[in-house]
Write a protein that binds this ligand. Structure first.
Ligand code: PLP
Length: 383
């Protein structure tokens, strides 16, 4: 590693492998969800790898994200699902991006944009089955369906899909099970209402990664996978888990300062950590601006010289200190902040799930938290 203080190494062969794993399990079409710059992995390279492995759809949250894919000459079907009510939808229609609609206000805007362009918009209606985020619920669903029918009759929109999102598919046991069953029943009722009103959605979808792998009756025509695409077991199992998913990203850096210190040495701001013995401190140039959450203080570890060593004291914006004990650390030693967990010489390095546990968060937040200034380096298999 010659330039850059650190790198997020993204193995695109793992992305491809994970698409095949989910497709093999779920046996329905796969939408690779590449929102938030592909959970921090890079939306365009991830999308290309996923499509190459058989994914047929891409999912994003915004016009900006959708147009980024089109600018990279990715022509595959894309669904975008979060939009301002007053957004200019012509850009999405023009770019052949399917637009999710949850309110009549959005539908009016979409239909108006289609009329201005002289080109019908392709819409996927979202129903809320219990997550209480986007989607129409209660009496708003029949209303949304009625408006969609009207605009379909006028040929300003075409309804390609009806879809929703579950709240509890990550809980394979306990109260989550009954909640999933209730939400699927609501979804079925909403579908029936839409079909009864004359809509003929060719694409019905409900499952995220956890549902794709754990809730067969939620699979319908397609599953939208985020976490599993990136190789993280949605049920929290360490890699490879029961499905053989492979984490795609590892976060790597280098020791840039080493010092031997006596007992009683304070480390970092405060200090909140004081050495209790003579020890070796190794400085690494990654901090909370790079995604190493301050809230992991006292718990986080890195992989150095074949061991897990603790990060000690406060994590600063750009750097943190590792207590390497009596390991023979030298300047320039490689450090793995989190690895991919399997098949490599650093198989026992901390994982994304470890960091999520230390930070009291989920793996998505760890992955999307890797700072923009950390260069993404793409590999295909072992390097
Ligand atoms: C992010 C997202 C997904 C992907 O979820 P994972 O749990 O990461 O697989 C699927 N559907 C919607 C609507 C999402 O916002």
């Amino acid at each position: 590693m010659n330039e850059g203080l650190a790198e997020a190494v993204v193995d695109l062969s793992a992305i491809a492998h994970n698409v095949r794993v989910v497709a093999g399990e779920a046996r329905v079409a796969v939408m690779a969800v590449v929102k938030a710059d592909g959970n921090g992995h890079g939306a365009v390279p991830v999308a290309q790898a996923a499509l190459g492995a058989g994914a047929t759809w891409l999912g994003v949250t915004s016009t900006t994200e959708a147009l980024t894919l089109r600018a990279a000459r990715i022509q595959a079907p894309v669904l975008s699902w979060l939009h301002r009510p007053d957004e200019d939808f012509t850009r999405l229609i023009d770019a052949n991006v399917d637009i999710a609609a949850s309110t009549p206000t959005h539908l009016h805007g979409i239909a108006g944009a289609a009329a201005r362009l002289g080109k019908p918009a392709v819409v996927q209606l979202k129903v809320d089955v219990g997550l209480s985020r986007n989607g129409a619920n209660g009496a708003d669903w029949p209303d949304l369906v009625t408006w969609a029918r009207k605009y379909e009759a006028e040929e300003s929109i075409r309804v390609r899909g009806v879809w929703s999102h579950l709240s509890s598919a990550e809980e394979p046991t306990g109260p989550g099970v009954a909640r999933v069953a209730r939400q699927i029943a609501r979804f079925e009722a909403a579908l029936q209402l839409a079909r009864g009103a004359g809509l003929a959605p060719e694409m019905v979808h409900l499952a995220n990664s956890a549902a794709a792998l754990g809730v067969p009756e939620a699979r319908y025509d397609l599953c939208r996978i985020g976490l599993a695409l990136y190789g993280i077991d949605p049920f929290g199992a360490p890699a490879p888990g029961q499905f053989g998913l492979r984490p795609a990203m590892s976060l790597r850096t280098t020791v840039i300062n080493v010092k031997r210190v006596p007992a009683g040495t304070g480390v970092s701001y405060g200090p909140t950590y004081v050495t209790d013995r003579p020890t070796t401190l190794a400085l690494i140039p990654l901090g909370f601006a790079d995604g190493l959450s301050r809230t992991t203080e006292g718990r986080a570890q890195v992989w150095l010289r074949g061991r897990r060593c603790p990060i000690v004291g406060r994590i600063a914006m750009d750097q943190c200190v590792v207590d390497a004990g009596d390991l023979p650390v030298t300047l320039g030693d490689p450090v793995v902040v989190f690895g991919t967990g399997a098949g490599t010489s650093d198989a026992a390095a901390p994982t994304v799930n470890d960091w999520a546990r230390w930070a009291g968060t989920n793996p998505h937040e760890v992955l999307t938290g890797v700072g923009a200034r950390v260069p993404r380096v793409y590999i295909h298999g072992e390097r």
